[in-house]
Structure formats: structure tokens, C-alpha cells
Design a protein around this ligand. Structure first.
Ligand code: FPP
Length: 228
């Protein structure tokens, strides 16, 4: 599959439903998260092939610390392994890694790994994979407003320029899997004009065809809007 004419540049996904995917199979939650990482791999590849400039994934919210310690450590472990194992593929496929959220507050080994991955992929330009880690949109907005105030004036433009996503194209489409219809403190500012797309598919079952369906939906919405 090569470039499709959906017109979207930046897609974000709230990857929900790993736990339910595992439960349906009588497996531990971590098995759902592992399957979720496989879906991430496939979708990152597909996003690049579909011509997206940026894909932002909600991997760990600032609220996720409330989960049992074991699950938090499983998620961090999966994240580390994902970065380690896929770094070569990012390099080969011209994917630039970006992390949004308070990632510098994570464990020192995670921070070190992220820093290496960021510098190794900094020169890539086909697609940016932005992973939200220890991210909360209200926190992002508070930080951006404070930075704007420190720089002189709190205007919409100044806030926008200090968001974690400032260097990404505007958000076109926000997808949430698993049937929940909430934004859960993800990209609140950036969603102001984004198309929202909710699907019952659980994240580990989300395939490139599902991403294509969401992009087709976006293209239809765009056309309707343009025709008004
Ligand atoms: C939601 O499922 C998913 C998460 C909280 C974590 C998402 C993380 C991954 C897909 C793996 C790591 C990510 C990367 C980028 C390598 P849930 O546990 O809330 O599911 P449930 O609502 O069915 O319980």
C-alpha cells in the first residue's frame, strides 16, 4: 500500500482495550499489553506506508501510575523492549521517534534509553512516531501556558508554540479503540478541530485495514465540510 488520498497528515490513537482482549482469552493483562505492542509495530509501519507525517500514540498517561505496581512495571518493561528492538527498523524506515509528556521524570534507565533513541532517529523525516509517556493534556497545557507567560504573553499562538506537539502538523484525526467515548486527558488542545473516530475494535485487534477505514471516514468528512 502506498500513499492514499485521505488528506490526513497527523493521526493520534488512544490504544484502549488490551486488558479486555486478554480477559476474553483467559490470559493475564500483560499478555494483552504484549499483543498491544505487536499492534503498535504493525500500525507504525502502515502509517508510514499510508503517507502520514505523524502518528501520536497514548502509551502511558500520567493517571496510569494508579494501576497496580506490577502492571506499571510490565508496561515500562514492554516500552523499553519496544524501543530497543525496533530502533533499527525506525532507522531503516526513516521514522523519527518523539516522546511527549513528562518523560524525563521516568526511571533513569528509561530516560537514558529514550535519549539514545531520540538522538539516533533525529535525522529521520518520513514519519514521526510520537509516543505519549507520563502524558496528561492538562499538565501539558499548564506547562505551555507557564512557558508562554514567561516568554511575555499568554495568547493562543504562544500556548500552541509551547505544546509538546509544537513541531508536529495539526492533528487531523483522533482514534479511540475499544468502544470508550472519552478523550481521557489526551491532546485536549490539539483536538479542538480534529475529527474524532471511535471504534469497538480492541487495540490488539486493530489492523492496518482499520486505520485505512478511519482515514476513509476522515476523507469523507473532509469532502462534506469542503462542500458546504
Ligand atoms: C489500554 O488498555 C492500554 C494501555 C493503558 C497501554 C497502552 C500500551 C501499549 C499498547 C503497549 C506499549 C506501547 C508502545 C508504544 C510500545 P487497558 O489496559 O486500559 O485495557 P482495558 O480497558 O481493556 O482494561
Amino acid at each position: 500500500m502506498s500513499e492514499t488520498h485521505h488528506g490526513a497528515r497527523h493521526v493520534a490513537i488512544i490504544m484502549d482495550g488490551n486488558g479486555r482482549w486478554a480477559k476474553k482469552r483467559f490470559l493475564p493483562r500483560v499478555a494483552g499489553h504484549k499483543a498491544g505492542v505487536e499492534a503498535v509495530r504493525t500500525i507504525v509501519r502502515a502509517a508510514a506506508e499510508m503517507g502520514l507525517e505523524a502518528l501520536t500514540l497514548y502509551a502511558f498517561s500520567s493517571e496510569n501510575w494508579k494501576r497496580p505496581e506490577e502492571e506499571v512495571s510490565d508496561l515500562m518493561g514492554l516500552m523499553k523492549r519496544f524501543i530497543l528492538s525496533d530502533l533499527d527498523e525506525f532507522a531503516a524506515n526513516d521514522v523519527k521517534l518523539k516522546i511527549i509528556g513528562n518523560w524525563r521524570a521516568l526511571a533513569p534507565d528509561v530516560v537514558e534509553l529514550i535519549e539514545k533513541a531520540l538522538s539516533r532517529t533525529a535525522g529521520n523525516s518520513r514519519t514521526t512516531l510520537a509516543v505519549a509517556l507520563n502524558y496528561g493534556a492538562q499538565d501539558e497545557l499548564v506547562r505551555a501556558a507557564a512557558a508562554a507567560a514567561a516568554a511575555g504573553a499568554i495568547t493562543a499562538e504562544a500556548i500552541e508554540a509551547h505544546l509538546d506537539t509544537a513541531d508536529l502538523p495539526p492533528l487531523d484525526l483522533l482514534i479511540r479503540t475499544s468502544g470508550e467515548v472519552r478523550l481521557s486527558n489526551f491532546l485536549l488542545w490539539q483536538s479542538a478541530y480534529a475529527e474524532l473516530y471511535f471504534t469497538d475494535t480492541l487495540w490488539p485487534d486493530f489492523k492496518p485495514a482499520d486505520l485505512q477505514a478511519a482515514l476513509d471516514h476522515f476523507a469523507r468528512r473532509e469532502r462534506r465540510y469542503g462542500g458546504l
